[in-house]
Design a protein around this ligand. Structure first.
Ligand code: GDP
Ligand code: MG
Length: 438
């Protein structure tokens, strides 16, 4: 077992019930790890009401990923499988509030054969037994905004309230809509229905889930109230992929409060579906990297997004969709500015490396100038390829900062060349002098 732990990324502020804060240190140690900064990221999250088996399920995800990591084939869990990774059954008050990320990323290949760092995210609402998604709206919203796959864990059936909790995302989606955008703002939402009892009508797994969504949950009819219809339609257009998986009951031993940290015996049906569900989450379209406005982001950009969103999601009063959009835009603009700076520096370094020394002529300055212009064009190209979110003026500010940076860097280069020319001229003069004196 690779040693990992559930890192608390978002925590309740000490001594307060509804103020959240970012644990910067843990964020840097996980998503910000130096060896993965430039890699694409898939963040697989599970959210939903308290005590419905989310952390229990995440333990099994880690088990499966460890199995893959070791090149294992065939059976990946049995009665001896341990469930000690994500704290489940509540645990202590202190370590169950907020957002946790499994500290170890698993590098898998996406559909294009490109590497993606997979991270798992656990969410936990307030520690009281009535806790519902509304009570931990902040955690639910944050995890949905950040993840590439949100697993919406629901007990026994999907109800109107469960859909209502998605309203914020539909409003956000509405804001980002414009005629040029083809993609939905959010990627994958998977309703994971636990303890499904109605398998006569809708069978377990994805097939039954698909029918259940189509025939009941997301069905719109002419008789339906307009509000219900609109909600369903906007949910469908806010997510790129919307699925449901109907999961059988695991057996009374699991459902009861047992304190064992091993899986033990589970219902055959549960075991069968587990073996379908878990592997399905780590292949195919579930491995699509996290995108913002249709553009894939890296681990480092995810860190930036986390930071920006935490500035506005600091209490249980949810920010307005417009505020969320602006914070997201700030994160992508800043990331684009940094990327563009790096592009300029990298290009300049490469082209000037070929020139061992700029020698004694003003022609060198004009060579440098044209290299600089090419580097600048590249850098601005990188900047304008960013997701186009939010107010134009915000992006304009970052663009100006980029311009300023490039100007300063160029002046430094120019200064160096001028000095070289001077040194070279002096050397020439000395040579002439020596010759003369001989
Ligand atoms: P969380 O608060 O959603 O993270 O829930 P936990 O993972 O801590 O699990 C709460 C309780 O539910 C534990 O006693 C688990 O053994 C039990 N449990 C786990 N999975 C299931 C399930 O699919 N159905 C039922 N009925 N109980 C489950
Ligand atoms: Mg939990």
């Amino acid at each position: 077992m690779t040693s990992g732990y559930a890192a608390p990324i978002v925590e309740l502020d000490e001594g307060s019930k509804n103020i959240y804060k970012l644990n910067q240190k843990e964020l840097e140690k996980t998503l910000g790890r130096a060896d993965i900064v430039g890699k694409k990221i898939a963040l697989i999250s599970i959210a939903g009401a308290y005590r419905k088996g989310k952390s229990f399920m995440l333990n099994l995800f880690v088990t499966y990923l460890e199995h893959l990591h070791k090149g294992g084939k065939g059976e990946w869990f049995d009665e001896t499988t341990t469930l000690d990774k994500f704290n489940w059954r509540g645990g202590t008050k202190r370590d169950t509030n907020g957002i946790f990320i499994w500290s170890v990323p698993y590098i898998l290949e996406d559909q294009n054969g490109e590497e993606v760092a997979i991270f798992l995210m656990d969410t936990q609402g307030t520690f009281d037994h009535q806790s519902t998604v509304q009570d931990c709206a902040t955690i639910f919203a944050l995890s949905t905004l950040l993840s590439s796959v949100q697993i919406y864990n629901i007990s026994t059936q999907i109800q109107e309230d469960d859909l209502n909790n998605l309203r914020l995302f539909t409003e956000y989606a509405q804001l980002t809509k414009d005629e040029n955008r083809q993609h939905a703002p959010f990627q994958k939402l998977l309703f994971l229905v636990r303890d499904w009892t109605n398998s006569d009508e809708y069978e377990y797994g994805y097939e039954g889930g698909k029918e259940y969504l189509k025939e009941e949950v997301l069905k719109t009819t002419p008789e339906q109230k307009k509000e219900l219809k609109t909600l369903r339609e906007s949910i469908k257009s806010s997510f790129e992929s919307l699925k449901a998986f109907l999961m059988p009951h695991p057996g009374l031993r699991i459902a009861r409060n047992n304190s064992e940290k091993v899986l033990g015996k589970i219902e055959e049906e549960f075991s069968e579906q587990l073996d379908i569900l878990v592997p399905s989450l780590f292949k195919g379209d579930s491995l699509k990297a996290k995108k913002i406005d249709g553009k894939e982001i890296t681990c480092r950009e995810m860190v930036g997004l986390f930071e920006e969103l935490m500035k506005i999601f600091n209490s249980d009063d949810l920010p307005e969709p417009k505020t969320i959009l602006e914070a997201t835009a700030d994160a992508v603009n800043l990331a684009a500015e940094q990327r563009a700076r790096e592009a300029y520096d990298k290009y300049m370094k490469e082209v000037t490396l070929g020139i061992t020394k700029f020698t004694s002529s003003l022609a060198d300055i004009s060579t440098l100038l044209s290299l600089h212009q090419a580097a600048e064009t590249q850098a601005f190209g990188v900047f304008s390829a960013r997701p186009k979110l939010g107010e134009k003026s915000a992006a304009e500010a970052n663009k100006n900062k980029l311009k300023e940076y490039i100007k300063t860097r160029y002046e430094e280069h120019e200064e160096k060349v001028k000095q070289n020319i001077l040194i070279e001229a002096e050397r020439e003069a000395e040579k002439t002098y020596d010759k003369h004196m001989k």
